[in-house]
Design a protein around this ligand. Structure first.
Ligand SMILES: Nc1ncnc2c1ncn2[C@@H]1O[C@H](COP(=O)(O)OP(=O)(O)OP(=O)(O)O)[C@@H](O)[C@H]1O
Ligand SMILES: [Mg+2]
Length: 236
């Protein structure tokens, strides 16, 4: 469904990704794990058009998207839940959801349906729909960030550290949500610091370190013999 081919990204002269290649198949959950500064966020931003690669390409459903602007990539059905959630704090929950539907803004009925679906997924958001997003708890903001991304009705969702700063109960709820989305046929890439938990819910995984893919494979296999993963994560 998505191929990243020999992707290199730099910030000025500083290289952040070097010759990264990966492949995501339809309906999979793929985890991207790696230590701080490995280039995980850079990778997601390059896929969603927020950063332009220096070299290499991103291909989605047989279309080269690496030179397309972010709003086009969103229209193709790729949505991004950014690191640190980045909800619009001075806007209500509901307005955040409506902003998430920007790419389908003319389809009023569909927006209402999608919003109803998100309120079913996260009843807490429904209870708090008039509340300013900045006053939600961290876990609620993460729910909102996910729902906002789903308001464009994407086929392909990238999440950047959705568990960050959350209590175990919220982490479980977020991971369960990813499994439900997979059941609905969505394709998911999830960047995670909680490497073992991410391996447990994903089909395959890539380990990034200092801007390069060091290891990839079937998550179950990486979990069974996790010494290599731990070596790259620096937590052996
Ligand atoms: N806007 C920027 N300008 C300059 N350098 C940057 C910028 N954003 C990221 N970098 C650098 O690129 C490298 C990769 O950063 P990135 O944010 O992709 O890592 P990460 O794997 O997501 O880390 P973390 O787990 O801490 O979120 C780091 O060395 C970082 O300092
Ligand atoms: Mg990051």
């Amino acid at each position: 469904m998505l191929q990243v081919q020999d992707l290199s990204v730099s910030y000025g002269h500083a290289s952040a990704l070097r010759n990264v290649s990966l492949e995501i198949n339809e309906g999979e959950i793929v985890a991207v794990i790696g230590p701080n500064g490995a280039g995980k966020t850079t990778l997601l931003k390059a896929i969603t058009g927020l950063l332009k690669p220096k070299e290499g390409s991103v291909i989605y459903k047989d279309m080269v998207i690496s030179k397309k602007p972010a709003h086009k990539i969103l229209e193709y059905g790729i949505s991004h839940v950014p690191q640190g959630r980045q909800v619009f704090g001075d806007q209500s929950v509901e307005d955040n959801l409506i902003l998430g539907a920007f790419s389908i803004k003319k389809e009023k009925q569909k927006i209402q349906e999608l919003m109803g679906r998100e309120y079913e997924r996260f009843p807490r958001l429904k209870e708090r729909r008039k509340q300013l997003a900045g006053t939600l708890s961290g876990g609620e903001q993460q729910m909102l960030a996910i729902s906002r991304a789903l308001m464009s009705d994407p086929d392909f969702i990238l999440l950047d550290e959705p568990s960050m700063g959350l209590s175990p109960i919220f982490v479980k709820q977020i991971f369960d949500t990813l499994l439900e989305l997979k059941k609905l046929g969505k394709t998911i890439v999830v960047v995670e610091q909680l490497a073992m938990a991410a391996l447990a819910i994903s089909d395959r995984a890539y380990v990034l370190q200092t801007g390069e893919v060091k290891l990839h494979g079937v998550s179950k296999d990486l979990l069974r013999d996790n010494s290599l993963v731990k070596t790259y994560l620096g937590s052996a």
